[in-house]
Unconditional design. Sequence first.
Lengths: 230, 230
Amino acid sequence: METRKALAKANLFSGLTELEIEQIEGIGIEKSYEKGELIFSDGEKAAGFFVNLSGQVKVYKLSADGREQILHIINPAEAFAEAALFTGSTFPAFAEPLTPSRLMYFPKDRFLGLIQANPQLSLNMIAGLSTLLRHFVDLVEDLSLKDVGARLSTYLLELASRSDRAQGEEGVFELEVTKTQLASRLGTISETLSRAFRRLQNDNMIRVEGRRITILNREALKEMASGWSS
Amino acid sequence: METRKALAKANLFSGLTELEIEQIEGIGIEKSYEKGELIFSDGEKAAGFFVNLSGQVKVYKLSADGREQILHIINPAEAFAEAALFTGSTFPAFAEPLTPSRLMYFPKDRFLGLIQANPQLSLNMIAGLSTLLRHFVDLVEDLSLKDVGARLSTYLLELASRSDRAQGEEGVFELEVTKTQLASRLGTISETLSRAFRRLQNDNMIRVEGRRITILNREALKEMASGWSS
DNA sequence: CGCCACATTGAAGGCAGTCAAAGGTGGTGG
DNA sequence: CCACCACCTTTGACTGCCTTCAATGTGGCG
């Protein structure tokens, strides 16, 4: 079945046998969400976590006056809100699909049973949380210690290296979200991001054609990313 | 022995038997650090992690031009750099004692053996990482969505509730670090923090006497913390 | 007593957010 | 097929919070 295959791709379940994955699928509940529908809210009681089967989900915080900070963009085969299993019992943020999405929901107590019975699953969990932690350290560094130009450069280089690894032309890739969403991910707003793109383009570091980005001068971009200005 | 008692207090080792803790102690190496000595550096090869036995340690990032963002202040019985066991193999930040400190160092490979053999230790690890994750989500929210006044208010309320739980007069407590370090923890600099303290004091929300803080108007402080200004 | 790190205050400048408006783009339904 | 509409993007002018720079104040400790 298709759901099984999607689950098997998740890092969280890597190294598990067919049988174990079948078990895991057994306790999950598949749900579909439309774009803009709310999956969960900041502070809401959390009784489980999710694995993304298809589509794209944003996890974000809101400020008092409505500005949004995206914490994480969840692609297929990735889990989210795993940490809610263990800390308090509320979600720490909002989650909402950016595209129509199919998710698998795992109720807390039934999943905890599986973890206890399955050491490999524990280790995967630890590895996943560690990776996430590293992601947040990077995010804190960006927000606190770099200006918008440096954050954007960092992000573009990261995306470029991921896309180079996958396939395709060196240094040409597509943004995975709209620029407005990207602004929110980088801790700024679309107007400011737009100006940052323009500056990088004027300095011949990149070419921007809609969502398609071409890196023209990787060295200069790296310098910019490391937080150098003047 | 005293080291054993300090280890036993760590959440990471809670629920373990005397024997297991003895085992764990067996693979650890005790080290002492002076104030200002570097424990590890951002990007340095990581072959293990630490538990703080006594003293106070800061974990921080540096910007290109030398500004510092404290990620975490480590108090006794807390572990740090645990995540380095599982992601890549470099430390993601700097660590340095704020006071003379005694640490226990656990080499990676030997500790991984223990985790695999001990399910309770895995679960503790997961719980610890989850808590840390929540901490970073809060930090991101602060840095991105709140101004300095709100961040300071949030921090003071958190500290007050921790100290209330411990003992002593309601709403009276001491800062655990210097104001300069606190500024770095809050993603700002001492001058700006000083002005924020002054504003809160002028508005009769708190009284500041050196490191001693008294909360005078908890409701107003909560309002401020939630990110309301004007 | 005097040093040194920490803390406070003032003045000035800059990065980024806000407000406003216009142009672009994709998708949906007629 | 096209026209409309919602949403995204860009540009300009302005404002404000926070950093920078500079100087003075203060407390602990050798």
